[in-house]
Design a protein around this ligand. Structure first.
Ligand code: SAM
Length: 259
């Protein structure tokens, strides 16, 4: 079969570093009967060692040529191939608690992470290769430069840990950026439950709209100084100083007040 030409538009940077591949599979710890879904199997660098440990492996792949290749692999019988865009994929169509894995196309990573948050209750864990800078924003604590909307929204659902740093040379073709593997485990007890998730999401988006401004300024459309003070937020503070649970508390306070 002729060699596959990596397609930039599908974020194709194929893993070629056997040590990193082994580290990812070890981190996932697949057991034969687990329901595992791999996003973007590509040329099967992670797919093959995962399939060796599983009775069955779901894969979601957008590139038709790659789907054709996957069907010819010696272990194709173990694969359930879903051809299409993962951003349109109905994860509920696969029953049971899922483990999700992927060396993700970096151009869709943020919308994908937001979509996966919606199914957090049906997930055992997720392991993703992402741009290192994105991983650092995901796991960032308040009062650090990397802390922002992405961190707050994901830390609402998941406990997250950066596991492995991965240099560009581990891929072919090499991406322009450093990468890292992150583990995401849905929280059993979320940091308070947002009574109205859409309200919470809007509030967090507005809070970080202009990082240099005070929380009072960024949230003036939603909250008065008294509202902020009622949940212990100083109106002169900046969004990046405020912990995720405070955003949940403020959203719930405002939602209650409006009833
Ligand atoms: N897993 C392989 C590896 O580690 O070498 C390939 C990783 S490559 C970074 C990303 C893979 O995701 C490619 O196979 C690409 O075709 C696929 N992909 C890109 N966009 C996608 C989308 N929207 N839905 C599903 N798969 C996608």
């Amino acid at each position: 079969m002729k060699e596959h030409q990596a397609r930039k538009r599908f974020g194709q940077n194929f893993l070629q570093d056997t040590r990193i591949i082994a580290d990812i599979v070890n981190a996932v710890r697949p057991q034969p009967l687990d329901t595992v879904i791999e996003i973007g199997p590509g040329l099967a660098a992670i797919t093959k060692p995962l399939a060796e440990k599983l009775n069955r492996l779901h894969v979601i792949e957008i590139d038709r040529d790659i789907v054709g290749r996957l069907k010819t692999l010696p272990f194709a019988g173990k694969l359930v191939i879903h051809e299409g865009d993962v951003l349109q994929f109905d994860f509920n169509s696969i029953a049971g608690k899922k483990k999700i894995v992927g060396n993700l196309p970096y151009n869709i990573s943020t919308p994908l992470l937001f979509r996966l948050s919606e199914i957090a209750d049906d997930v055992v864990d997720m392991h993703f290769m992402l741009q290192k800078e994105v991983v650092e924003r995901m796991v960032a604590a308040p009062k650090t430069n990397d802390y922002g909307r992405l961190g707050v929204m994901l830390q609402y659902f998941f406990e997250m840990e950066k596991l492995i740093d991965v240099p560009p040379e581990s891929f072919d073709p090499a991406p322009k950026v450093d990468s890292a593997v992150v583990r995401m485990i849905p929280l059993k007890h979320r940091i308070g439950r947002a009574q109205d998730f859409a309200h919470f999401a809007k509030l967090v988006k507005l809070a970080f709209h202009q990082r240099r401004k005070t929380i009072r300024n960024n949230l003036k459309e939603l909250a008065a100084d008294e509202d902020l003070q009622a949940v212990g937020i100083n109106p002169q503070d900046r969004a990046e100083h405020i912990a995720p649970e405070k955003y949940v508390e403020l959203s719930n306070y405002l939602v209650q007040k409006a009833v």
